[in-house]
Design a protein around this ligand. Structure first.
Ligand SMILES: [Zn+2]
Length: 280
């Protein structure tokens, strides 16, 4: 991991929050709290009281399955819309973006490469951050629970991404600069409808947009929304990976529902919401 002058990490110890600086073995704050740098190039800032999550981190298997899907090009459509949306708001060189719940880091790395920004990715899953850190050494990768506390300095980030992850209104508002942005992707009601119909025998049509907008108000206000729809032609291996990456604790009944299915056309459908931080 390369330390970065635009990514201002702070000590995660409760009631500390002092700036962290890089020392030869890892990171240290002025009060003497220290954190090891993993060989693969990330720092674990997860505190014991924050290690319990309502949504436990992705397993190694789910992370690997999602990585294979990305390598087959299945995330490119959303990625190009993310870069275009941020670029249109003059997010570029000299800016810093955070991906809260970054998984294996594809969306952050792609956005930083396209826009020329600096970037930091946070996820509670160590296997996911390990893959991210090995693949994208120029960016800053942190194991932490972004649902609880984000170990970044106040007003230090130009845009925070939440790509099919949870949002944390007060922490997002604290770390984003005045006039900065939150960019949130949520599954649209028809996302993976064909697969859900086959596997779960139903298609859940839940509209998550209102919940996100309400959850971030009044600290953020909606600027724009865009539906990103892609048709994926999946072979058997991709179907298995999509199941493993999408449904936690893949059950045998789900595998059985797909028995004998060699190819399938699946709709990927996301809503991308751009929100601006409101001065309070
Ligand atoms: Zn400290």
């Amino acid at each position: 991991m390369k330390m970065n002058e635009r990514i201002h990490l702070i000590c995660p110890v409760r009631a500390c929050g002092s700036p962290l600086s890089l020392v030869f073995y890892g990171m240290r704050c002025p009060s003497g709290h220290t954190f090891d740098l993993a060989r693969s190039g990330y720092v674990n800032l997860l505190q014991p009281q924050d290690s319990k999550s309502r949504e436990p981190g992705d397993s190694r298997e789910a992370v690997a399955a999602r990585r294979r899907m990305i390598d087959r090009g299945f995330a490119k459509g959303l990625a190009s819309v993310i870069a275009a949306t941020l670029g249109a708001q003059a997010i570029g060189a000299g800016c810093a973006i955070l991906d809260a719940g970054c998984g294996e880091g594809f969306h952050l790395a792609d956005a930083c490469a396209q826009l020329g920004t600096d970037g930091c990715g946070i996820d509670i899953s160590t296997p996911a951050i390990e893959i991210a850190a090995k693949r994208h050494r120029k960016l800053v990768w942190i194991v932490a629970n972004a649902d609880r506390a984000i170990p970044l300095a106040n007003g230090s980030i130009d845009a925070v991404l939440s790509i099919t992850a949870r949002t944390n209104r007060d922490e997002f508002a604290r770390i984003v600069k005045p006039g900065g942005f939150a960019l949130v992707a949520v599954a649209a009601p028809d996302d993976l409808a064909e697969l859900r119909h086959l596997v779960l025998g139903e298609s859940l049509e839940r509209d998550r947009v209102a919940r996100v907008v309400e959850g971030l108000a009044p600290r953020f206000a909606l600027v724009s929304r865009e539906r990103c729809v892609e048709t994926l032609e999946l072979d058997r291996a991709s179907l298995d990976d999509l199941l493993a990456a999408t449904y936690r604790g893949q059950r045998n009944s789900q595998r059985e529902a797909l028995e004998g299915v060699e190819r399938m056309t699946v709709t990927s459908s996301r809503e991308l919401l751009l929100l601006r931080r409101i001065e309070s």
